[in-house]
Design a protein around this ligand. Sequence first.
Ligand code: USQ
Length: 382
Amino acid sequence: MKFLVLGADGYLGWATCMHLSERGHEVTGIDNYFRRNAATQFDCEPLVPTPNLAQRVRLWEALTERKISIHIGDITDYHFLQSVFARSAPDVVIHYAEQPSAPYSMLNYETASFTLKNNLIGTLNTIYAIKESNPDCHLIKLGTMGEYGTPDIDIEEGWLEIEHKGRKDKFLFPRQAGSLYHTTKIQDTDMLWFYVRTWGLRVTDLMQGPVYGISTEEADLDPKLMPNFHYDEIFGTVLNRFIVQAVAGHPLTIYGQGGQTRGYLNIKDTMQCVYLSATNPPEKGELKVFNQVTETFSVNQLAEKVSSTGNRLGYNVEVRRYENPRVEKEDHYYNPTYTGLRELGLQPHHLNEETLDGMFEVVEQYKHRINHDAIFSGIRWK
Ligand code: USQ
C-alpha cells in the first residue's frame, strides 16, 4: 500500500513510518517541525537526541535499504498538502499532525488559538485533499480517549444506541473533554463524521489513551531512530515522566489525589493498532471508531509501579502529591470498552516489570541530558 503519514517527525509518526516501511509499504511523511521548534522555545528537548527527519531517513535507508520520502511543510497550507497528495497518491493517510499537548493548549491565548487552527484546519485540509485526489483513500485519524472524558457510565467503543420515547437510534458516544486540545479532537470527530455521511469517505478514528515506551522493533536498530521521548510537563505523558523523575531523583509528580484513571498503551501496541486499522479498512461512507488502549490505571497505580521498580533497581524514589494544575475529576468511575482492536488481532504488551526495567535502563543511559527545570512548573487550567 502507499501510505502518507502526517506528523512523521512525532513520537508516534516516525515510529509508524519505520513500521510501515519495514513491512514493504511505500511511505511518504510530512512534518512542519512544530514540536521540535516548540521544544527549543520552551527548553524541553527530548531525552534522547533525535536527528532531523532527513537524517533519520538516510540512516533508515542505510540500515535497511528501504526508502521513506519526506516533505517538510505544513498541512494547514492546503496547496502544499495537495502537491504532496499529487506526488504520493496515497491509499491510506495516517493523521498524527496535531498539536498533541493538553498543557500547551491551556498555556495562553496564542497557544490555544494555534491549537484550534492547527488541528481543525489540518483535518479539514486532509479531508479536502482526499476528496479531490482519491475519495477511496482510507483516512486513519488519531483521536483520543480524552474525548469521552470521565462519565459516570461505561464508555462504549465510539457509538451509543439510545432509546428515547419508544424509538431507538445510534449516535456518537457523548463527548466532554478536559482541555482545549481534547476539545479539538471532538471537533475533528464531528467533522469527520459529517464528511463521511456527506461525501462517503472511509475513516477510522482511533481513540487513543496516553502512550508510554521508547522501544519499537524498528527503533531498536539504532539509538538515532528512537522516538522523541519527552518527559517535560508540556509534551511528556505521565508514565514516561514518572520514569525520568525516578531516575533524576525528582519526586513523582502526582497531580491532586491521583485517582485519575485512564486507558494506557505501549508504543509497540500503537504500531500494531494503526497497522490493523490500515489492513481492515471501513466501507465507503463508514466511520469506524476503536478505543485504542490495552489496560487502565490510576495515576496512583502508575506511581506505585514506578516507585517499586525504581526502588528495586536501587533508586530512592519519592512520591509526592502536587496541587492539581488541571481541572479534572480525581476520584471517578472509569470503565471503557476496548475489544474492537483485540478482535482484529491486537496482541497487547502489558505494563510489566520487564517493560519498566527496559525503560529505566534507557533513561539511565541519557540521565545526563535531563533538564530538571522542564519537569514541573505547574501549567494551570485556570
Ligand atoms: N498526571 C499526573 N502527573 C503528571 C502528569 C500527568 O498526575 O506529572 C495526570 C494528569 O493529570 C492526567 C493523567 O495523569 O490525569 C494523564 O495525563 P497525561 O499528561 O499523561 O495525558 P494527557 O494530558 O491526557 O494527554 C496525553 C497525550 C495526548 C493524548 C492523551 C490521551 O499528550 O496527546 O491524546 O494522553 S487521553 O489522556 O486518554 O486523552
